[in-house]
Design a protein around this ligand. Sequence first.
Ligand SMILES: [Zn+2]
Length: 340
Amino acid sequence: MKVWKVTHPGFITLEDLGPSEVRKDCVKVKMLAATVSTTEKLVFKGTLKGCTFPRVPGRQGVGMVSEVDESVHKFRRGDRCYVSSQVACNECYFCRIGRKSECSHLQTYGKDIDGVLSDFAIISTDNLYLLPDRITDNQAVFIETIALAINAINTLNIGKGDHLVILGASVFGLIMAQVAMAHQAVPVLVDKRPDRLLLAEELGVYYCVNGAKEDLAKKVFSITGGKMAGRVVCSMDCADFDYGTCADIVSNYGKIGFVGTDSEISEINVDLMQIISKSVTTYSINHANDNISAAINMLARGDVNVDKLITPIKFSEIGAYLERYAGGEDFIQIVATADK
Ligand SMILES: [Zn+2]
């Protein structure tokens, strides 16, 4: 089994661990595609809270089942599956009442335990979701992000005709806007990078605002007919974004969701008096697991276009790209596929 391993912050190497064996309730998966995203960047830099070294990064991906333990009956050799990122303990109170995404001892691949930037991986069947043929390997790696966006839709109760301002055209922001449109909401996407805003327009987002050039509060006022934003989502993976503006643009009795904890942001300065005087409710949105099947369905239906977000690389290039990414180069979503 070949793995990319961060031996200590700033150093990544390809290691051959020799043969690996399946365990009870697990299968061996040949990895076909995996993302190199903010989580992997932070692991590499050594700035991800709670991550120890050495560590194999890679929180989620797509694989083909190559070997099945005799205890497993749900999956067969040759099944193409999505590998989800969070591993529940199956023992705590929440796991026992079926709310595994709220597990008290939740572990994440590539962060708390070794991840999937490897040629093969041993995965619990709890983390595998069978993929329909119409979803490609590269598209399937976005399932967790889509599931997180669906969680935001549900948590913030976003419905038909609602204005949703999304701060940050990160991969999450670009997907959030599309998921909102599929729910007949009206997304307003804000970023400072003209290329990201152009891409959002190509993806069908009608209201794209350059926060560096335009007065955001005035713009939101005019788009919403003076009502301001009933819903705001802060896509927390844009390092130099002023998320504090959420308090200026949210409406009275509005809702703000802060999405994603694996972030390079160390603090956000929000005017709490505005939040209080407007009776705004804030939410932290970090779980995706309960929405994985819904996300697979959205992707299969073509509700979300992810093809334009991808920088495709080979498995053997992961180390080099992680160094470039950590060095400040801007990628929307690096997707590594198995070497042929
Ligand atoms: Zn648990």
